[in-house]
Design a protein around this ligand. Structure first.
Ligand code: TA6
Length: 279
């Protein structure tokens, strides 16, 4: 398995396993593709995504680090990890025929003393782990989020389960905190919600593609659900006007009031596993 020139000439690592294929761009260590043989792609990638230096890829699993959104004093949305070139440490087939790729982000002047690694395991499912280690002698406050885009057949028919009873910040319009009352959330307009203290698994029920996508995670207290819907989609230059119909973001991380503080010598290990089952 070797790094090749991908879209826009960006370096990309293609991965094949007995069950699946995947692609990882070194730009942002972005897993842009994961697909089981004979199934629709699990991850959504916009046909309009940019593939150029210093630009985030619109789709797959953008790595949001070390801040989420655009906190005061920050000029870029969602941190710097997703727009920088990562280095491939190694990639190897494991004894169980899965493939493990490990990547690292070169030291960032914005966060001295903090090292970032990303481990991607491709097999019957897709597993990712973002490891931040604080080698400095001071506490480091940070947010992390795996901003995962999932392919759906028709957003109108999709239901999300696993969030009932969870408090969330509704970021559409004036920000207000609510409680999720629906056992099965239907997306029928713009949705942009940060669910707090939500370590549980979320399921995407997709009757059009006749599958359920399961999003399991560890060391993640926040779940973000996002679909730009029609008006916002038209404002995104790297996103097709009608692509909102075929995607939903269910993101796993620790953001806002769930942010992390890493003590000297400590590390954070944000993990997520994605797999599908027939419905
Ligand atoms: O998914 C949550 C969110 O913060 C939304 O508010 C929206 O901005 C989305 O991320 C995409 O952000 P991006 O910077 O990738 O366009």
């Amino acid at each position: 398995m070797n790094v090749i020139n991908g879209r826009g000439g960006l370096p990309m690592l293609p991965i094949q396993t007995p069950w699946s294929t995947a692609e990882i761009y070194l730009q942002g260590a972005c897993v842009t593709h994961f697909q089981l043989h004979g199934e629709a792609p699990l991850l959504f990638l916009s046909e309009r995504s940019r593939f150029e230096a210093n630009a985030p890829i619109r789709g797959g699993i953008p790595i949001i680090f070390p801040w989420f959104g655009k906190p005061s004093g920050r000029t870029t949305q969602h941190g710097f990890a997703r727009t920088r070139p990562w280095e491939l440490i190694d990639v190897a087939k494991q004894p169980d025929d899965t493939v493990l790729a490990r990547l690292s982000l070169p030291p960032a002047s914005e966060l001295p003393g903090v090292a970032l690694e990303y481990h991607v395991t491709v097999g019957r499912s897709l597993s990712v782990e973002l490891v931040a280690t604080n080698y400095s002698d001071a506490n480091v406050a940070l947010e992390n989020c795996l901003h995962t885009y999932f392919t759906v057949g028709d957003i109108h028919k999709v239901k999300l389960t696993g969030l009932q009873g969870v408090h969330y910040l509704d970021c559409v319009g004036t920000r207000v905190t609510r409680t999720e009352v629906d056992p099965a959330l239907n997306v029928s307009s713009e949705v942009d919600r940060i669910y707090f203290d939500s370590p549980q698994t979320v399921h995407i029920h997709d009757p059009e593609l006749r599958r359920i996508i399961h999003i399991e995670k560890q060391h993640s207290h926040s779940t973000v659900v996002w679909n730009p819907w029609q008006a916002k989609a038209q404002l995104l230059t790297d996103f097709g006007d009608d692509e909102y119909l075929r995607m939903v973001c269910v993101e796993s991380g620790n953001v806002a009031s769930n942010h992390l503080t890493l003590a000297p010598g400590a590390d954070s290990r944000l993990r997520a596993q994605f797999h599908s089952s027939a419905m």
